[in-house]
Design a protein around this ligand. Structure first.
Ligand SMILES: C[S@@+](CC[C@H](N)C(=O)[O-])C[C@H]1O[C@@H](n2cnc3c(N)ncnc32)[C@H](O)[C@@H]1O
Length: 462
């Protein structure tokens, strides 16, 4: 029987016909059944679908797609053979052009509903020329299933590993790494980690590829300091992975979903690989943030620099700078750029990157932006432009307040989360900084992730 207490019109286990009206922020179809919201993964706007209810909450339900009764004209057959099991991609069943339209719409919805800023212009999403095999970084869990070693993505919303041989959004070298690591672990009989018991050794395998240089790094994340048959593993990987320049062991002893632990040891070769973005080359270590889609990162950074509107005389802050990628792009057009980043190894990479690229007008500061910004303010730093590229959670209010107190003429906000971007644009608006326009850039084809860059100007004094 339907749940009367909350007037929920659907019941777990039963099938309902639902009209899908939009896409949710995880790429799932959003529809209504008798005015009650039902989320149906893999359903598309404009479709009528039959869905079996799997979860019922007070204000919404989730359904499993059983049948598409009236398909969208934009529905296509997914390329990947394990698409229905794997949780890595969410939009392969939608044509690429419509993925781009949907991502723009997500930004529009966020700035309108969350930011209450409907007047901000959102441009069409800049799509990728090749929306496949783009990921320069792979990080897959390792486990055992039915007596076999498995390496691959988790299924959507679970910790069940789908054994993956040829991920269509990974660089092919990363697929080679997966196959080789799986074979080596299997043949040498090395224990894989079991997150239920906390026992075992190999937790994750990571691959990083310099898409312009071809250089490759393999990282084995282990639950113990000990890596059995270490030398044999090294020999096997060296012989099988072309252009391998670095093998790293990262030790994560904590029972957590966070992939990397605090101890990182290079067990063969170099500590970093090199990749190129535009005219710059970047050293990337195992734990440093580096955009996973190199080609589209260049599009994003060029857009950020264009929005910064520099003429060569400005002082700029690049907050949340990672390995200093945007910082170097900005330095070409500014007098002085300060990069702020909390991960120390990333800052060490950033300093080296500046030296390697002969860029002298940059300074990198290690620390939490929430502490560093007020300190720079007290020291009298008044940048002309602030560029900010925070993690998914966005910026703390104190950070935004300090931006406003510094009175830059412009703020450029790079964001991987339209919801936190919209919230922060609203805060900035209350501080006298008005968002002018937003350019979404598709960094993550086939997935629901949306990246965008916004330009925000100081309101003229009345
Ligand atoms: C989205 S990444 C951007 C990195 C860089 N702009 C790029 O494009 O390569 C966000 C960065 O912020 C850093 N970060 C996270 N929280 C931080 C904080 N509270 N203060 C400073 N940096 C932080 C992360 O380590 C990461 O390098």
């Amino acid at each position: 029987m339907a749940n009367k207490a909350y007037s929920v019109p659907v019941e777990k286990g039963k099938s309902y016909n639902i009209d899908i009206t939009g896409l949710g922020h995880s790429g799932e179809g959003v529809g209504r059944y008798q005015d009650f919201t039902v989320f149906v993964p893999q359903a598309l706007p404009g479709e009528k679908v039959a869905a079996v209810i799997t979860t019922v909450k007070k204000t919404y339900a989730v359904g499993r797609l059983k049948d598409v009764l009236m398909p969208s004209p934009h529905r296509i057959i997914p390329e990947c053979g394990i698409y229905n099991e794997c949780g890595g991609c969410q939009l392969q069943h939608l044509s690429y052009q419509e993925q781009l339209n949907a991502k723009r719409q997500q930004v529009v919805d966020a700035v309108t509903r969350i930011g209450k800023l409907p007047e901000v212009k959102v441009h069409p999403t800049l799509g990728a020329d090749n929306p496949w095999y783009y990921r320069n970084k792979m990080q897959f869990p390792v486990g055992h299933k039915n007596g076999k070693v498995v390496v691959g993505c988790f299924t959507q919303g679970s910790h069940d590993i789908v054994d993956t041989d040829n991920c269509l959004i990974q660089h092919q070298i990363n697929n080679d790494i997966v196959r080789e690591v799986r074979t080596v672990i299997d043949e040498l009989g090395i224990e894989t980690y079991d997150e239920h018991t906390g026992q075992g050794i190999i937790r994750h395998v990571l691959g990083r590829v310099g898409t312009a240089t071809g250089e490759v790094m393999v990282v084995l994340v282990t639950a113990t300091d000990r890596l059995p048959q270490r030398e044999t593993i090294i020999e096997r990987l060296k012989n099988k992975i072309p252009n391998l320049v670095s093998i790293v062991q990262n030790v994560n002893t904590v029972r957590t979903n966070i992939i990397m632990g605090n101890k990182t040891v290079t067990i063969w070769g170099r500590d970093t690989i090199t990749d190129k973005l535009g005219e710059f080359s970047f050293a990337i270590s195992a734990r440093s943030f580096f955009q996973v889609n190199t080609t589209q990162a260049e599009v994003l950074y060029n857009q950020a620099v264009q929005y910064a509107g520099l003429n060569g005389a400005e002082t700029v802050i690049d907050a949340y700078c990672g390995t200093g990628t945007i910082t170097l792009f900005l330095a070409r057009k500014a007098a002085q750029v300060y990069g702020i980043e909390v991960v120390e190894p990333a800052i060490l990479d950033a300093r080296q990157n500046a030296i390697n690229n002969n860029v002298a007008n940059v300074e990198f500061i290690v620390g939490d932006t929430v502490d560093v910004m007020p300190r720079l303010y007290k020291q009298g730093l008044r940048p002309d432009v602030i560029v900010v590229d925070p993690p998914r959670a966005g910026c703390e209010p104190k950070v935004l307040e300090t931006f406003a107190r510094m009175e830059p003429k412009r703020i450029v906000y790079v964001s991987c989360n339209p919801a936190s971007l919209a919230r922060d644009l609203a805060v900035l608006s209350s501080l006298g900084y008005i968002a002018q326009e937003i350019q979404p850039v598709d960094m993550f084809p086939q997935t629901f992730h949306v990246e965008s860059v916004a330009v925000i100007e100081k309101k003229p004094q009345e």
